[in-house]
Design a protein around this ligand. Structure first.
Ligand code: ATR
Length: 492
C-alpha cells in the first residue's frame, strides 16, 4: 500500500492534496499536529470525506512533527479526533500507560481499549533520526507483541544500515503487519522497495513530509512500488550522492513497456563492498555506477570488457553466469551519435577539453577509432598523463585558441557550464569555424555557452543529454537483452 502523508494547515487543503493524489494511493495519514488550532473539530469527519482508510497521527516535535504539547494533552486531542471513523491511530511506543487514560467528565477511559473496541488498529511507532539502533529487530518484536502494528522509522547512515533494514523481511517474517521506513538519502531505496523490507506500506507526500519521502506520483507511476513482489527483478544505480540521477526515468518505463517484472532504484552507497553484499542478498541483477564509484567497483568484477580495462572505469555491472561483469556504456553512448561520421572518415581529428574520468572514456573511444586527438586541460600534467597513455597530443587549456578551426570535432568533457554556472565556458578563446562538430558532455542546461557559440558559428552540436540517453539505452540492453522500446522518449 502507498500511503499519502497529509501535512496541510487546514482540512480543506488536506482534502485538496488528497484529491490530487487519489489515483496513486490506497490510504492516507492525517497529521493533525500540522493543523491550525481551529481545524481540529473538522478532522473528526475527515475519514468520511476522504473515503479511504486513514491513519490518525499527532506527531510530537522530537519525532519530526509539530505538536508541542505534553503527551497527556496530545493524547487527549488524539482521542477526541479519533471519534471519527479512522482505520488506524498512531501512538508512539514510549507513551506512558497513565497518559493513555483519558478523563471524560467523571469517567476515566482507557484510550487503547476504546480504539480496539471500535475496531481501530493501533500503530506503535518508534523513530530514530540519528541512526538504526542495534536492537531494531527486538524492538519490532516487542512493539508487535500486544497485537499492535509495529512501525519503525529510522535513519540509515550507511549501506550496512540499509542491509539491516532489508534483513527484516526474512528475519521477522512471522510478523505479518509491520511498517519499516528508512529515512534520508540512504533510506530512499527502502521506501521504494518497502515490500522487500517486509513493510506493509510506504509513505509518500507532495512536500517531502519526512526526509527522503518521494511524491505519490513518483512512487506509483515511475516505480510502481506497490506492484513489487517476490519475483520482481531488482536493478539500480549506485552513487554518492545519487538522488539527482535521471536513470530511473530511462529504465523503469522501459521495463514496463516490455512487460518485464523489474524495478530500477537509486542506491546511495558509501561502501561498494557493502553494496555487493546487498546485491547478493536481494538479489540485484544489474546496476549502473556513477560518481564516485566507477573505479571502486573494479576489484569486485569477475569479467570486464576491453573498454573497461583501457579506461579503468565501469558504469554498468550485470550479473551473468554467477559472476559480476563490468561494461562501460559511456564509451558507446558517446560514440553512438558520431558513429556514421566515424565510419565514413569525416572525423579524423579531435580536440578534447578536460583530462578527468569522463575525458578518459572519450579519448579512448576516439583513439580506438583512429582519430587524432589533442587533449587540452587546465592542469597540463593531467593532460600529459592521459595523452601518454592514449598516444595523443596535449596542451594547456590556456592555448586553446591556437586550435581554432583546425579539428573535425571538439568535445567538452569538464563540468564547466553546468547548472548553476551556465555562463561559464571552458572553451573560451576557441573560435568555431562552423565546420567542426561540437559535443558537450554537460546535459544541464541542454544548450551550454559552448554549444551556443558553436551553433551560432554554424556547427553541428550534440548535447550531453543525448549521450546520457544513448548510454542508458545500452545499459537497458545489457540488463534485459532487449532493445530500448522505440516508442519511449524519456525526458532527462
Ligand atoms: P569527471 O570524472 O567528471 O571528468 P574529474 O575527474 O574531476 O571529473 O575531472 C574534471 C575535469 O574538469 C578535469 O580535467 C579538470 O581540470 P583539472 O585536471 O585541471 O582539475 C576540469 N575542470 C574542472 N573545473 C574546471 C575549471 N573551472 N576550468 C577548467 N577545467 C576544469
Amino acid at each position: 500500500m502507498l500511503c499519502l502523508t497529509l501535512t496541510e494547515s487546514t482540512i480543506a487543503k488536506d482534502l485538496e492534496v488528497l484529491e490530487r493524489n487519489r489515483r496513486f494511493v490506497s490510504m492516507s495519514e492525517l497529521r493533525v499536529d500540522c493543523l491550525a488550532s481551529g481545524e481540529m473539530e473538522k478532522a473528526v469527519d475527515f475519514p468520511k470525506k476522504a473515503a479511504m482508510p486513514i491513519i490518525l497521527t499527532c506527531r510530537r516535535i522530537s519525532d519530526g512533527g509539530k505538536c508541542e504539547l505534553a503527551d497527556k494533552a496530545r493524547i487527549e486531542i488524539l482521542s477526541r479526533v479519533a471519534e471519527g471513523s479512522f482505520a488506524y491511530v498512531d501512538i508512539e511506543d514510549d507513551v506512558k500507560r497513565r497518559d493513555l487514560k483519558i478523563k471524560r467528565g467523571e469517567q476515566s477511559i482507557d484510550f487503547e481499549a476504546s480504539l480496539k473496541a471500535r475496531g481501530i488498529r493501533i500503530i506503535r511507532s518508534f523513530h530514530d533520526f540519528e541512526g538504526v539502533p542495534a536492537d531494531l529487530f527486538g524492538r519490532i518484536s516487542k512493539l508487535a507483541a500486544r497485537g499492535d502494528i509495529p512501525k519503525v522509522a529510522v535513519m540509515p547512515q550507511s549501506m550496512l544500515d540499509v542491509i539491516t533494514l532489508f534483513r527484516i523481511h526474512d528475519e521477522l517474517r512471522e510478523i505479518k503487519e509491520k511498517i519499516v521506513i528508512g529515512m534520508g538519502a540512504y533510506g530512499v531505496c527502502t521506501r521504494i522497495l518497502y515490500k522487500r523490507c517486509g513493510s506493509m506500506l510506504s509513505f509518500c507526500s507532495d512536500n517531502e513530509a519526512a526526509p527522503g519521502q518521494l511524491s505519490a506520483q513518483t512512487m506509483k507511476e515511475l516505480y510502481h512500488a506497490d506492484s513489487v513482489n517476490d519475483l520482481t527483478h531488482i536493478y539500480g544505480v549506485i552513487g554518492n550522492p545519487v538522488l539527482q540521477t535521471k536513470s530511473p526515468v530511462i529504465h523503469n518505463p522501459g521495463f514496463h513497456a516490455i512487460h518485464y517484472n523489474a524495478i530500477y532504484v537509486p542506491f546511495q552507497v558509501d561502501s561498494v563492498r557493502a553494496f555487493f553484499k546487498l546485491a547478493e542478498m536481494l538479489p540485484v541483477y544489474g546496476f549502473s555506477v556513477t560518481i564516485p564509484h566507477k573505479r571502486n567497483v573494479l576489484p569486485y568484477l569477475g569479467r570486464i570488457t576491453r573498454e573497461v580495462k583501457q579506461i579503468g572505469s565501469c558504469n554498468t555491472v550485470v550479473h551473468i553466469q554467477s559472476m559480476w561483469k563490468g561494461i562501460n556504456t559511456d564509451y558507446y553512448g558517446f560514440l553512438e551519435p558520431l558513429s556514421s561520421r566515424l565510419t565514413d572518415g569525416t572525423i579524423k581529428s579531435a580536440l578534447v577539453i578536460g583530462a578527468g574520468g569522463a575525458s578518459r572514456a572519450i579519448v579512448w573511444a576516439l583513439r580506438n577509432h583512429d582519430v587524432k586527438v589533442t587533449v587540452v586541460n587546465r592542469t597540463v600534467e593531467h593532460a600529459k598523463a592521459l595523452a601518454m597513455e592514449t598516444m595523443s597530443a596535449y596542451d594547456s587549456l590556456d592555448h586553446i585558441s591556437a586550435y581554432s578551426g583546425s579539428v573535425d570535432l571538439v568535445v567538452q568533457t569538464t563540468s564547466v557550464g553546468m547548472t548553476p554556472h551556465e555562463q561559464d565556458d571552458a572553451s573560451k578563446g576557441y573560435l568555431f569555424s562552423g565546420k567542426e562538430i561540437a559535443f558537450d558532455l554537460v546535459y544541464k542546461p541542454r544548450e551550454t555557452v559552448f554549444l551556443r557559440r558553436a551553433k551560432e558559428a554554424g556547427c553541428r552540436t550534440i548535447s550531453g543529454a543525448l549521450m546520457l540517453l544513448e548510454q542508458g539505452k545500452l545499459q537497458f540492453e545489457a540488463f534485459t537483452g532487449y532493445h530500448y522500446p522505440s516508442s519511449l522518449h524519456p525526458v532527462i
